[in-house]
Ligand binder design. Structure first.
Ligand code: SF4
Length: 316
């Protein structure tokens, strides 16, 4: 982690179900597990801060009884979960030993019970998790969030998340251990991380890690996603960037309103991204929820055999 910010951890008891269905339509048939409410990464674009139950930056609520409740909950479920997604509003690899240990036991228990695990992270993945995942080939898929190889830009947008080098190291170790992994180039930020040079450097580094798959999407704006203070880098500023957000989407993921850069802007940039990625042998998929005007692809992998028009991504 790049920041020395002191985190306040508040241990609380979970009352309801541990496994819940995500709201995202493409993952709704699966389950999600959040071991904490609140996240130390403090990405400026994070919408979790708009949820009432999520504490303000600097505090993380840790559901300390999750493991024991899950142990009791799993045998009671009518149908065994197919896949559990980590996580919808928190970082799965929160760098606090007590929380990491609980997370390890939870993932191990799911894998032992043949439940697939899908992970999205901007944290540093401890070695013991990589070793665990390697023991379950085809059962784990990891998306490592990385949108730039400029660590100053990374620090501006995701101040307390892991550094660029740590994320590249995640990709390398996972790939080297035979774990299914891809880069999650999301959210691309217009004018800051979507220039040709930036995309080219990113692809070059991803390929050095042995990774050949990536998903990409642009930052979307909606209520709850506004930095509390103006952020700027060189000629770029959030204030100026906002002027590009002229496309209103009124049924994002089935409901809710979001704002996006215009179709033509995204079409051109995605084409360029795919061209640059292709020159390095990297395949790019987009997210249809955020690009319904452009694609039917899905940025989440689905297990082989899944029906529908989602692109199938193999779990190795
Ligand atoms: S990692 Fe995810 S949950 Fe954590 S601050 Fe960033 S966007 Fe929010």
């Amino acid at each position: 982690m790049s920041s020395t910010r002191q985190l306040r951890i508040v241990a609380i008891k979970r009352r309801g179900r541990v496994l819940r269905h995500p709201l995202l339509p493409c993952l709704a048939r699966y389950h999600t597990l959040n071991l904490t409410a609140g996240c130390p990464n403090e990405c400026f674009y994070c919408y979790s801060q708009s949820y009432e139950f999520v504490p303000s930056w600097g505090t993380v609520a840790y559901y300390e009884n999750t493991l024991e409740r899950l142990r009791a909950e799993l045998p009671r479920m009518k149908k065994k979960p197919e896949l559990v997604y980590f996580s919808t509003y928190s970082e799965p690899f929160l760098p606090i030993e007590q929380i990491l240990s609980a997370q390890f036991e939870i993932m191990k228990m799911l894998l032992e019970q043949k439940v697939r695990v899908l992970i999205s992270t901007k944290g540093k993945i401890p070695h013991r998790f990589v070793s665990l995942f390697a023991e379950y080939p085809g059962m784990v898929h990891v998306q490592v969030g990385i949108t730039t190889v400029n660590d100053r830009v990374r620090e501006l947008i995701e101040p307390n998340a892991s550094s660029v080098d740590e994320r590249l190291d995640n990709l390398k170790r996972l790939r080297g251990s035979g774990v299914s992994v891809e880069a999650r180039i999301d959210p691309l930020i217009p004018g800051l991380t979507d220039g040709n040079e930036s995309l080219d450097s990113l692809m070059r580094e991803i390929v050095k890690c042995g990774v050949r798959d990536a998903v990409a999407s642009y930052l979307f704006l909606r209520w709850g996603i506004y930095p509390t203070k103006e952020i700027a880098y060189g000629d770029w500023s959030f204030r100026k960037m906002r002027r590009l957000y002229t496309l209103k989407v009124t049924d994002y993921c089935g409901n809710g309103i979001i704002w996006l850069p215009p179709t033509e802007y995204r079409r051109e940039r995605y084409q360029t991204l795919k061209k640059i990625a292709g020159s390095y042998g990297v395949r790019i998929k987009l997210c249809r929820c955020k690009n319904r005007d452009l694609t039917d692809e899905c940025c989440h992998p689905v297990p082989p055999g899944e029906q529908g028009n989602m692109q199938q991504l193999r779990f190795l």
